[in-house]
Design a binder for this molecule. Structure first.
Ligand code: COA
Length: 473
């Protein structure tokens, strides 16, 4: 199955890097400056890179020996919690306040980023621009990026065949990650590296791969969805739509509210600083100079874990199991019993808790506001609201949970379910499409700043025991 997209002359001539075909197999990028550099993300980035390189150099030379804190045995045994060890430019997480994308909170992004409709939800293209440049784009710039992504979205046929080789019952994340690996054969970074590109230019093919990957993911993701749940009946792209709107359309949802939800969903799931499993995995793998496809496929495999991205699937399945057993109008008392039953069976309550956050996740709050605006009477939304009251006190009672409050995954499923995307096993794929925007943005900066191979020191229990004995003597 091939998705045919007509690339208009205008978009062909946009100010963007295009690969010149077959120049004795050498890879080159040709800048065609036909539109204003103001509208061209690559040109903007190119201007920003030298000043950020200087900033990093200065930081290293002037403050390289400054201590950032002590490492304790607890940190080593406790999944490196609280250990500052990564540079991640695109976003920063405050335990109480939540995520800021290049300094902007989620409500600020909702207010400032361009939207596809007046006073609507932010466009993911706008966030991509913000993450890469640190600047809020104009609507014109966001639209220009929509066009650019559109012109990069054609998928080689072998990608669909590769996915088809898997059983249709394979988990959607397995099919999605397989599709990403199949896309890897088009990597410009890999080709350029094989030809001996100078390291000062690494960011350029990384940018090409990243934008191609981000552009192509909605098609791969919707292909997986339609293959598994809609008898393989795929829906062609709608070139009049923006990134989020078109993604909802290709999945089979043309309700304008669902398109708005998709814009919001893709925007808020993009990035959550660098230490979470998917972002950290992508960054680690990329530090070996693996190209964006290899790095992002690795990240996806981390996202597929139930303590991370798969939690959104788990939440909806858990909520549905509550309804199945106790009905939609379950009382708070019965709900408490159900939560205890879950805990007593050695399971976590999905959608609650966080490795870093210590308050309600603002990504939860903005989805709650969306629900209050568009679907206040949805029974599952009302159940989610009851859980907000019932679960935190119980988790606190356990005495060990550091954050009893709901996270992003506690809410996303009921919204998608409301608009007809009921297949919970698929939800993490949506998360994956979004996460590419954050991981790839940082990856481009990893290359531009020349960040090194990541290689922390590990030790054995014996080493720790001996170290502690010596320290106590
Ligand atoms: C996200 C999560 C993995 C963070 O783990 P963490 O940083 O180790 O969290 P804490 O330090 O608070 O964990 C301390 C203890 O509380 C438990 N805990 C934390 N959140 C819990 C929850 N929602 N339900 C039950 N127990 C929980 C942990 O499993 C751990 O128990 P242990 O000492 O017996 O192993 C954890 O909160 C969790 O499993 N949540 C449910 C899954 C989820 O929603 N994931 C999506 C995150 S965005």
């Amino acid at each position: 199955m091939v998705f045919f997209r007509s690339v208009s002359l205008l978009s062909k001539l946009r100010s963007r890097a295009v690969r010149q075909p077959n120049l004795s197999n050498s890879v080159r990028w040709l800048q065609i400056q036909t539109s204003s550099p103001d509208l061209d993300l690559r040109s903007q980035l190119k201007d920003l890179i030298p000043e950020q390189q200087d900033r990093l150099k200065k930081l290293k030379s002037e403050h390289g020996k400054v201590h950032l804190g002590n490492i304790t045995v607890d940190m080593v045994l406790g999944g490196m919690r609280g250990m500052t060890g990564l540079l991640w430019e695109t976003s920063l997480l405050d335990p109480d306040e939540g995520i800021r994308f290049r300094g902007l909170s989620i409500p600020e992004c909702q207010k400032l980023l361009p939207s596809a409709k007046p006073s609507g939800e932010p466009m993911p293209e706008g966030l991509l621009w913000l993450l890469l440049t640190g600047k809020v784009p104009t609507k014109e710039q966001a639209d220009s990026l929509t066009q650019e992504l559109r012109s990069r979205a054609t998928i080689p046929d072998h990608v669909f065949k590769t996915i088809e080789a898997l059983p249709v019952a394979a988990h959607p994340m397995t099919q999605f990650a397989t599709g990403v690996m199949a896309l890897q054969v088009q990597s410009e970074f890999q080709k350029a590296y094989e030809k001996g590109i100078h390291k000062s230019k690494f960011w350029e093919p990384t940018y090409e791969d990243s934008l191609n990957l981000i552009a192509q993911l909605p098609t791969v993701a919707s292909y997986v969805y339609r293959r598994i749940y809609k008898n393989g009946q795929t829906i062609p792209t709608d070139d009049s739509l923006d990134y989020g709107g078109n993604f909802a359309h290709m999945l089979g949802f043309d309700n304008p509210e669902m398109k708005e939800l998709m814009r919001l969903y893709v925007t808020i799931h993009t990035d959550h600083e660098g230490g979470n499993v998917s972002a950290h995995t992508g960054h680690l793998v990329a530090s070996a100079l693996s190209d964006p496809y290899l790095s992002f496929a690795a990240a996806l495999n981390g996202l597929a874990g139930p303590l991370h991205g798969l939690a959104n699937q788990e939440v909806l399945l858990w909520i549905k199991s509550v309804v199945e057993e106790c009905g939609e109008n379950i009382t708070k008392e019965h709900l408490k019993d159900y939560v205890w039953k879950t805990l007593n069976s050695g399971k976590v309550v999905p959608g609650f808790g966080h490795g870093v956050l210590r308050k309600t996740d603002p990504r939860y709050t903005c989805q709650r506001e969306f629900a209050l605006k568009h679907l206040p009477n949805d029974p599952l939304f009302q159940l989610v609201s009851k859980l907000y009251e019932v679960v935190p006190p119980i988790l606190l009672e356990l005495g060990k949970v550091k954050n009893p409050w709901p996270n992003v995954d506690a809410h996303s499923g009921v919204l998608l379910n409301h608009y007809g995307l009921t297949e919970a096993r698929y939800y993490t794929v949506l998360f994956g499409v979004s996460r590419a925007i954050g991981i790839c943005s940082q990856l481009i900066w990893d290359r531009a700043l020349g960040l090194p191979l990541e290689r922390p020191k590990s030790v054995t229990m014996e080493w720790l025991e001996n170290y502690c004995k010596k320290a106590a003597a």
